[in-house]
Write a protein that binds this ligand. Sequence first.
Ligand SMILES: [Zn+2]
Length: 200
Amino acid sequence: MPFCTARMMTEFSKKQYDKMTRLALDVLSDYGFFRFPLDVFALAKKIGMRLIPYSALTFEQYMTLYHEYDMKLGFTISCPEKGYIIYDTYYNDVDLREPTQRFTIAHEIKHVVAGDLLKRDLTENDEALADFFAKSLLAPQAIIVQEGLGSPEEYVKRFRISQQSAEYCYSATENRKSAFGETFLFDYEREFLERVRKYS
Ligand SMILES: [Zn+2]
């Protein structure tokens, strides 16, 4: 984008991030997941993803994947099968603790629902947006604001996320509160909370 100024880029990426917040709440609403900590494994399965932990792989299967993919956290392979696209999500349950596994699955959900896997290559921006989506899915700001959660430790407990994610979410929420007010909620967040009240 040769004529893009820094300010335009900032506005552009802000819009993309806002879109991720909405997408996360839409996914939760569409699949009827209103309880937290979120059962992200059940959500992924309901979306149609096949979840394959590394611990279920044989040594040969692991090595075949190892030569082709970055195995640190996890990844998703999409393949057409009988007229459908099947998503096989492999995740590292060997080296990583549960909150990080949950984050990996949430990150992969974004790639599936946003159609990222139909692209030939994912950009750094796709990855950054998937990380942001994962945080919004596991720990929606709407819930944080409504329940008045006041420390990263409370986030860890409420959403079963890692301390590192909790600290990021905490500072993002504090920034939001100073910009919009302690209890301000966007319309789409109110609608989501209404569904949470009704269905959880
Ligand atoms: Zn990714």
